[in-house]
Ligand binder design. Structure first.
Ligand code: C2E
Ligand code: MG
Ligand code: MG
Ligand code: MG
Length: 283
């Protein structure tokens, strides 16, 4: 009887695995055709200065709306895009959209804003990545010093020497680098110091813990301190309520992003929002 259960369990397991894989293959095809049909687009979430509460930048986030009108989360389809290699073209599309939007924002007078773009590990390590980056910058005319690439901390831990060299070359184009979801990986501090990065983004998991126990804020506090010591800018992600914002501000966190301030928005909504939230004048 135990044996039968074991067999049944095994059968069930392998069958669900098969279903899972078939589902991924189905999604891969849907993603390829959806991308070709123009179902993917980019939305922009403002980033603000915690002290002045003024917008200082925006993060480009990918959206996929399928034909029935529903959305598929990037958390689900980005991994599929990575396995299938589609991330190269999709990532290039996001980078180009973000560069063009930055140029439009500047033309509309929003000259103080930076533009952050998420870059997948597969994309970043592709032999053509640098060429694609340079071409997106040149074709759009986007000023590189206002573009930031976000790479994840987990990605920063693999093949350190290769990454250090790659970051140096990316930095030579003039764009800056942020480590996304910081605090979720285990990168060593001495290694972090060797990377040419400009910014740390505190993962939203640590921001949501901040209002709980005294220990809840310890990771956010550590990242803010680390940023200060290494001369890096720090952005807190996923700020949803005023208490979180106030604690982060008291801890000395310079910037934040989250539903408290603004949702990710389509360009028309972003321009409306920006008109109501004036930025510091630069030029
Ligand atoms: P991420 O880069 O850490 O982006 C932040 C995520 O948090 C976004 O989810 C954003 O919509 C969400 N968020 C912002 N504020 C709040 C808040 O106050 N509360 C909560 N609960 N969530 C908030 P989204 O857009 O679903 O993206 C999820 C992840 O998918 C991103 O995490 C990023 O890793 C990946 N992703 C999105 N767009 C791209 C892209 O163009 N390329 C690549 N490679 N990855 C992308
Ligand atoms: Mg990000
Ligand atoms: Mg993040
Ligand atoms: Mg994330």
């Amino acid at each position: 009887r135990a044996k039968m259960q074991q067999r049944a369990g095994h059968f069930y397991f392998s069958r669900s695995m098969g279903v899972e894989i078939r589902e991924r293959v189905r999604m891969m095809h849907a993603l390829r055709t959806g991308f070709a049909k123009g179902e993917l687009f980019v939305v922009y979430q403002p980033q603000i200065d915690l002290n002045t509460r003024q917008p200082v930048g925006a993060e480009a986030l990918l959206r996929w709306q399928v034909s029935d009108g529903s959305f598929i989360s990037p958390v689900r389809f980005i991994p599929i895009a990575e396995y299938s290699g589609l991330i190269i073209e999709i990532g290039d599309f996001v980078l180009r959209c973000a560069c063009k939007e930055l140029v439009r924002l500047r033309a509309a007078g929003h000259c103080a804003l930076t533009m952050s773009v998420n870059v997948s590990q597969v994309q970043f390590r592709h032999p053509f990545f640098l060429a694609m980056l340079r071409s997106a910058l040149e074709d759009s005319g986007a000023p590189p010093e206002y573009i930031e690439l976000e790479i994840t901390e987990s990605m920063a831990m693999e093949e350190p020497d290769q990454l250090i060299q790659m970051l140096a070359e990316v930095k030579r184009t003039g764009v800056s680098i942020a480590i996304d979801d910081f605090g979720t990986g285990f990168s060593s501090l001495s290694y972090l110091q060797r990377l040419q990065i400009d910014r740390l983004k505190i993962d939203r998991a640590f921001v949501s813990e901040i209002t709980g126990s005294a220990r809840g804020s310890s990771i956010a506090e550590m990242v803010i301190q680390l940023g200060r010591n290494l001369g890096l800018s720090v952005v807190a992600e996923g700020v949803e309520d005023e208490r979180q914002a106030q604690i982060l501000q008291a801890l000395g966190c310079p910037m934040a992003q989250g539903f408290l301030f603004a949702q990710p928005m389509s360009p028309p909504a972003l321009y409306d929002w920006l008109r109501e939230h004036p930025q510091v004048r630069t030029a």
